[in-house]
Design a protein around this ligand. Sequence first.
Ligand SMILES: O=C(O)c1cc(=O)[nH]c(=O)n1[C@@H]1O[C@H](COP(=O)(O)O)[C@@H](O)[C@H]1O
Length: 272
Amino acid sequence: MNRSQLIAQIEYKSSFLCVGLDPDLDKIPAHLKSEPDPIFSFCKEIVEETADYAVAYKPNIAFFEALGPKGWESLQKVLDIIPKEIFTIADAKRGDIGNTSKLYAKAFFESMDFDSITVAPYMGADSVTPFLEFENKWVILLALTSNAGSQDFQTIEDGHCKPLFHSVIEKSQEWGSPENMMYVVGATRGELIGEVRTLAPDHFFLVPGVGAQGGSLAEVARYGMNANCSLLVNSSRGIIYASNGKDFAKAARNEAKKLQEEMSVLLEKHRK
Ligand SMILES: O=C(O)c1cc(=O)[nH]c(=O)n1[C@@H]1O[C@H](COP(=O)(O)O)[C@@H](O)[C@H]1O
C-alpha cells in the first residue's frame, strides 16, 4: 500500500486506529481453546468485528512464532482474512547484516504479503536498506519506544551531543523517505513526541502504548499529528482482551469504536 492510499483510508474512516493482534493462548476465551486453530479463530473474530474502525492491523510475530510451525500457519491465515484496503504491519523487530536482512524482507514482503515490518536501527544502514528495496512496502523503524528501557540508550546523549533517538531519525532519513519509512514513537513519551515530529515533519509514526500502557491519545494527537494526520495509534490488549467471555469480539468492537470516535474528534479539531 502506498502513502496516499493510507491517507485516504484515514480520511474515509475518520480513524488512525491500528489494532494490535497479540493473541496469547493463556488469555484467549476458554471456549476457543477446543477449536482446531484457537489463535486463528480468536484473531478472525477480532478482525471481523473491528475492521470498520481500523486502518491497520499489527500482528505481533512473537505471539505466533512462540507456537512453532503451527503459529506461522495461523499468522498466514490471519493475514489472508484482513481486508485488502487495511494496512498490515508485521511487528517482528528485525534487522541484521545486509544479506540476512534481505531474506527477512523476502519472508515478510514476498512469502507473506505484509505492507510493512518493524525494524531495529541498531545495526545501521546496511541492516535497514534491504527492507526499503520493495515497492509499496514500508520499514517502521524503532525510534523512541514506549517501554521503560528506552531510557537506557535512546534518550542518552550520543557522540553528537544529542539524544540517540535524534541521531536515529536524522541519519535514517538518508535511507528512506516519508513514502516508505515510518517511525515507532511510544504514546507514553508525552512531549518528546513533538521533538520527533520536528525532526520528521512528514513521516508517519506508529504509536503503541495507549490502553494497557497508559499513553494518552489526546497527547499523541497534540504533539504528533500533522496536516495528513500521519499517525497510526496502536492498541492491543486494551481492545483484544476487553472481555474473556463469549462476547470478546463484541467487547473488542466497542473498544475499537470508542477509540475511533475519539480519533474522529481529534481529526476534526486538527482540521480547524
Ligand atoms: O513496535 C511496536 O509495536 C512496539 C514498540 C514500542 O515501543 N512499544 C510497544 O508496546 N510495541 C508493541 O505494541 C504492542 C503494545 O501492546 P499493548 O500495550 O497491549 O497495547 C505490543 O505488541 C508491543 O510489542
